[in-house]
Design a binder for this molecule. Structure first.
Ligand SMILES: Cc1cc2nc3c(=O)[nH]c(=O)nc-3n(C[C@H](O)[C@H](O)[C@H](O)COP(=O)(O)OP(=O)(O)OC[C@H]3O[C@@H](n4cnc5c(N)ncnc54)[C@H](O)[C@@H]3O)c2cc1C
Length: 421
């Protein structure tokens, strides 16, 4: 009998298992054969949630995130941290980060099972029982669901809601370090074009010898359509051709999958907690999910440690402390920004999306106060104290800068968005 069974070896499940390992007997199960390669942006505000990994380890964090580019068709917006001081954060080789955390988990006595898919969970008043596709059964006192956007059936069967999820696609581009330096004068690019996706960005996350690219947020295209579209973008989209010159990619390695957002209402039921993306804990505009994975893992550890010490039977009434922490740290303030931006930028007609994006780029370039606010948001260590009045101010400035005709048509929308703060 384990104390805790964790399903899902992503940032949420692994960072939870690694932090909780000194206090409980844990098994971590994942259907993947191994951890997939990923290159992500890792804002400075994630730092407080790492304990056994240093953000100065360049094998895991290959470069500083100094410059963000908001790509536009005529002009692009630039946030350059050098204008204000330290970098916005790091670029992370997420697979290497996760492997490091798994090794630490194992050193602390944790057990890991890859290549095993959980197909069913039984819960009684005494325990949870997890059945896998290779015929194994594991019993535990508590279950952690950290299944991202791939475990919705189990989630539903245990009484949880499931978040909204959208189709996304990504792949790595490979080249020499020198070629990548030549092609990119930024570390992260974010681009909105409703012809690519109506509900998410096209992006580049730039590592040393590999670059992650793709787009998120599709709801009305099939997998084969988004594969064809990414291929067309990489081969023909004029605004990024200088970035992909002499880099290699393989269409057969394009990865499609769902990505969730819009947090569900409850994150705990008897003996079960749901963490990270499975709970819809991804910001609705930028699709930032690593912070929420780390925060939810940390909050789950802080909830469970005293309960194990007290010999709890883990009823939802005691586990609900976890829900309160997620709301306090992430949802009460930090997530408002994504909700309002999503409402203004994505949930709109294609021509309005284009106009708002162009105007936002102008605003970023013209307004140093806004650039500083963005820099500070990347770097603040206490996201629970995120100042939403700044977003309100930015929204008002954006509205002021719109052409008169757009002001008339978009006025009600902006008003509603600003009321979210
Ligand atoms: C293309 C892309 C780029 C992104 N870029 C960034 C970024 O730069 N910065 C950022 O902060 N966020 C980014 N995000 C979001 C972020 O990566 C995710 O929200 C976050 O990694 C989710 O972590 P997780 O641990 O909650 O879930 P996941 O990483 O999805 O892990 C869930 C795991 O559960 C396993 N699993 C599911 N069901 C079962 C089952 N039944 N049995 C066994 N195993 C199961 C899966 O195999 C998977 O390994 C990006 C997302 C995408 C798609």
């Amino acid at each position: 009998m384990y104390d805790i069974i964790v399903i899902g070896a992503g940032i949420s499940g692994i960072s939870f298992a690694q932090k909780m390992a000194p206090y409980a007997k844990i098994i971590l199960i994942d259907e993947n054969e191994e951890i997939p390669i990923k290159t992500n942006i890792f804002p400075e505000h994630n730092r407080p949630y790492l304990d056994v990994v240093s953000m100065d380890d360049s094998t895991i964090f290959p470069r500083d995130h100094i410059k963000t580019l908001y790509l536009g068709k005529e002009e692009s917006g630039v946030i350059n941290s050098e204008e204000f001081g330290d970098p916005l954060g790091k670029i992370v080789y997420t697979d290497k980060l996760l492997k490091h955390l798994i090794n630490d988990f194992k050193e602390k006595g944790g057990k890991v099972k890859f290549n095993e898919m959980v197909k069913r969970v039984n819960r009684s008043s005494e325990k949870v029982e997890v059945h896998t596709t290779i015929g194994e059964t594991y019993s535990g006192k508590v279950l952690i669901l950290a299944t991202g956007s791939r475990g919705f059936e189990i989630q539903k069967a245990l009484g949880f809601d499931i978040p909204d999820s959208y189709l996304g696609i990504y792949t790595h581009l490979y080249g020499s370090e020198a070629q990548i330096d030549e092609n990119f004068d930024f570390d992260y690019m974010f681009h909105i074009n409703p012809n690519i996706s109506k509900n998410g960005p096209f992006f580049f996350n730039v590592g040393e010898e590999r670059v992650l690219t793709g787009y998120l947020g599709n709801s009305d295209e099939s997998e084969s359509e988004i594969v064809d579209k990414l291929d067309r973008i990489l081969n023909n989209y004029p605004y990024i051709q200088s970035n992909v010159t002499n880099l290699k990619w393989d269409r057969a390695e394009f990865i499609t999958g769902r990505i969730s957002k819009h947090p569900i209402d409850r994150f705990s039921h008897d003996r079960v907690l749901v963490l990270g993306e499975a709970a819809g804990l991804v910001t609705a505009f930028f699709y930032e999910g690593l912070l929420s994975g780390l925060v939810s893992a940390d909050a789950a550890v802080r909830t469970l440690r005293p309960l194990f010490e007290q010999g709890s039977s883990f009823p939802s009434s005691e586990l609900s402390a976890y829900d309160k922490e997620i709301k306090r740290i992430l949802l009460n303030k930090y997530y408002n920004n994504g909700d309002a931006c999503e409402y203004v930028f994505y949930d709109n007609s294609p021509s309005a999306i284009k106009k708002i994006w162009e105007t936002y780029i102008d605003l970023v370039n013209d307004n140093q106060k806004l650039r500083r606010q963005i820099w500070e948001a990347y770097r603040m260590y206490d996201v629970e104290n995120y100042d939403t009045s700044r977003d309100k101010w930015a929204g008002e400035k954006l509205f002021e800068k719109l052409p008169t005709l757009s002001k008339i048509s978009l006025g009600p929308k902006f008003l509603k968005a600003l009321m979210k703060f």
